[in-house]
Design a protein around this ligand. Structure first.
Ligand code: UT7
Length: 311
């Protein structure tokens, strides 16, 4: 039994906040943000939408894409660090909104790597045949834990949701290999301190430019392929300079890497599934492509997956 993606979907709030908008609230400028991060704009949710509402919109699209109904979902996994409330979990809230009464529900906490941890958790349930359809949503309303007076962090983040349905796929498709890791000693570099995100950007940067390329190569090799075989790379959309380190290590051309960070900023656990959903829909990812997903984040945590796209 192989587990793979049978549907994807995403949702981002309508409100666009540009770099020029941020120039009005902190001492920053468009040129600094673009050259240091690659970000041009981000989406911010209004007061009417909390994390579970963003998740709901993305989940509906992924379910439609997978052609499954709510009662066919066996498990809901939500990857987030910005839940509506500490409990009940966002996954329980989503279960209720969807009417997915047959689904078990739990949240996964691995910061920006959360979607990767969620997918690999789902894989275990599917490959043991315990469950058939697992809905995973990476979702963040980071704007509610962003200190809008801190230029070191407020220019980086955005809100959004990316969802996927995982299920059984044919033997030559689906998840081929993975790597998950953590280094709790680095937790001090990226955390929620009281109400807001607090970050040592340089330390996180150093960790990420080492870990993302390394993990990408590991999963490709574990899957029995060479770097040249990679058709598409979706790195966590945090900073174009970090993403470039992974792309260059794999030696693949620019057009084979997602760069939605330009339009959405860093949406933490949502960044990889938003990019995946967009790039499947716009035809950049095709049936049978060898795709690498790779993420890093607070914890510190990291995760990478090599997969063959298709059912
Ligand atoms: O999902 C994981 C989340 N975190 C990350 O991915 C963060 C990883 N780190 C980074 O992406 C980068 O470290 C940053 C983009 C956060 C910063 O880039 P950098 O090239 O490492 O810049 P820096 O921290 O070395 O700062 C350079 C200068 C400093 O000024 P001085 O000390 O040289 O005078 C900062 O104060 O840039 C200044 N600066 C800013 N200037 C304009 C910091 N933030 C800003 C800003 N606008 N928004």
């Amino acid at each position: 039994m192989k587990a793979g993606f049978i549907g994807t979907g995403h949702y981002v709030p309508e409100k666009v906040v540009t770099n020029a908008d941020l120039e009005k609230i902190v001492d920053t400028n468009d040129e600094w943000i673009r050259t240091r991060t690659g970000i041009e704009e981000r989406r911010i949710a209004d007061d009417t939408m909390d994390t579970s509402d963003l998740a709901y919109e993305a989940a509906l699209k992924a379910m439609e894409d997978a052609s499954i109904t709510a009662d066919e979902i066996d498990m809901i996994l939500i990857a987030t660090v910005t839940p509506d409330t500490p409990f009940p979990s966002v996954s329980c809230m989503l279960q209720e909104k969807l009417g997915a009464t047959n689904a078990a529900a739990m949240d996964v906490s691995a910061a920006c790597s959360g979607f990767m941890y969620g997918v690999i958790t789902a894989k275990q349930f599917i490959e043991t045949e315990a469950y058939k359809n697992v809905l995973i949503v990476g979702v963040e309303k980071l704007s509610k834990i962003t200190d809008w007076s801190d230029r070191n962090t407020c220019v980086l983040f955005g809100d959004g949701a990316g969802a996927a349905v995982l299920g059984p796929v044919s033997d030559d498709k689906g998840i081929l290999s993975f790597e998950l890791g953590a280094d709790g000693g680095g937790g001090k570099y990226l955390l929620q301190d009281k109400d807001y995100i607090s970050m040592n950007g340089r330390e996180v940067f150093k960790f990420a430019v080492r870990q993302m390329p390394e993990s990408s190569v590991h999963v490709v090799e574990k899957a029995g392929f060479n770097k040249e075989d990679v058709d598409y790379l979706i790195p966590h959309q945090a900073n174009i300079r970090i993403m470039e380190a992974a792309r260059q290590r794999l030696g693949i051309p620019e057009e084979k890497m997602s760069t939605s960070v330009k339009r959405y900023g860093n949406t933490s656990a949502a960044s990889i599934p938003i990019a995946l959903s967009e790039d499947v829909k716009n035809g950049k990812i095709k049936d049978n492509d060898l795709v690498v997903l790779v993420g890093f984040g607070g914890g510190l945590t990291w995760g990478a997956i090599a997969l063959k796209w298709g059912k």
